[in-house]
Design a protein around this ligand. Sequence first.
Ligand SMILES: [Zn+2]
Length: 247
Amino acid sequence: MTESKITQLQPLPGDWQRALAVVAHPDDLEYGCSAAVAAWTDAGREVAYVLATRGEAGIDTLDPAVCGPLREREQRASAAVVGVGTVEFLDHRDGVIEYGTALRRDIAAAIRRHRPELVVTLNHRDTWGGVAWNTPDHVAVGRATLDAAADAGNRWIFPELVEQGLEPWNGVRWVAVAGSSSPTHAVDAAPGLDRAVRSLLEHRTYIEALTDQDPEAYVRDFLTETTTATGKRFGGTPAVAFEVFGR
Ligand SMILES: [Zn+2]
């Protein structure tokens, strides 16, 4: 098992200026890595978010036509808390995102628009570790993002993008996968942890539908537990883990 081979996590490379995070749903970034995003924007780096869906199928009691716009507003507010002003939606359908060339092309186009050195995505693997099964949307978007990092640099894979004025961008140096069952690297979560809590709390409608607990206690407990657990493999400081694929 690869998990057991890596005992200590390495610091994520820091010599970059622009990051693009590509995930399936509103809240995917806030459940794991917004403490890292806060640290990056504090350091003057640019981070933009691209979401494949508006999370319109995420709340049982809300019709998708109502839920989508509401979750979009919550996502923009939660991004703003950690210094991210650019949030785009690709308008794939929540719950039934299909891995394939349409998704790869949309993500490659976003990479060409934003020209990041670091791309961040969410767990593309089958499980969260052990027998905690991942969802098909996360697997599809994670895999398509890993693929699109290369597609974005190839003029001939999606020639229609060049016709639209999106020249190839071959500058992605790493794809960092949050929530992976096989992490390799980490980012200190301590400076950004309070903002990460506030950022996740912005998804209030979703969280109130999810748990009977007080939302703030639920969010703080969740993020404290996960960052403390990662910190055991990162010198004892709370941390956000990533599986990093170099390019
Ligand atoms: Zn999700």
